[in-house]
Ligand binder design. Structure first.
Ligand code: NAP
Length: 184
């Protein structure tokens, strides 16, 4: 019998984010402030185990530049405005979403489980384009006071989610939340 995900027609989009208590995903978009050295070991282990089950990942160009060595090991889609035609290097495809239909690209490639890995522009793009079915949010016990916001939306919109599970990952209090998107 075929595995369940092969029978699924539409791809399932799962977003992963590690955030401070105040909803920041990094100190800055680039440079040393972009390092994810503040997230917990337990979150990293969960993240890696989850990625192993994914067919492809979607990232923004900044996140790609920071985490190239991890991203290039997987089928990856990098969103960027710096290309008019989609361009593939190894397993990485660079796409301009206004020039190439991202969903069609994914369906053509027959990816069934797609991980949305950020940053802020990508979470926002995927949420607005119905490419975010479930959302794993790890809240690390820090307040950053400033930094990169989780979503970079330009106008207020309210999307509904329902909490599926919550788990304390360690003694310090890193919390893993799983949400599913409510349609509509
Ligand atoms: N804590 C976490 O879980 C987590 C996860 C991911 C990233 N991060 C952190 O977040 C920071 C990077 O986030 P970020 O928001 O600055 O950058 P990002 O989303 O990784 O990259 C932004 C760039 O991606 C491209 N892009 C994004 N959305 C696009 C769209 N809809 N259409 C076309 N191009 C698009 C653009 O590239 P061009 O300029 O080439 O057009 C844009 O300048 C880093 O510090 C990273 O470490 C944290």
């Amino acid at each position: 019998m075929k595995p369940k995900h092969d029978l699924q027609l539409k791809p399932k989009y799962t977003a992963f984010v590690a955030t401070s208590i105040d909803g920041r995903i990094a100190k800055s978009s680039r440079g040393s402030g972009a390092k994810l050295d503040w997230t917990s070991r337990e979150d990293w282990d969960f993240f890696q185990a989850s990625l192993a089950r994914m067919d492809a990942v979607i990232v923004g160009r900044n996140t790609y530049n920071i985490a190239k060595k991890y991203i290039e090991r997987r089928h990856a889609i990098v969103l960027t405005t710096r290309t008019s035609e989609s361009k593939t290097l190894g397993m990485t495809t660079f796409l301009h979403p206004k020039k190439t239909d991202v969903k069609k690209h994914i369906e053509k490639k027959r990816y069934k489980r797609v991980a949305v890995l950020g940053g802020a522009g990508v979470y926002d793009y995927c949420l607005r384009h119905k490419m975010l079915d479930e959302f794993f949010v790890t809240v690390e016990p820090y307040v950053f006071t400033t930094g990169v916001q989780m979503f970079s939306g330009q106008k207020f919109s309210k999307y509904k989610f329902s909490l599926v599970s919550m788990k304390r990952l360690n003694k310090r209090g890193s919390i893993l939340l799983k949400y599913k998107k409510i349609k509509g």
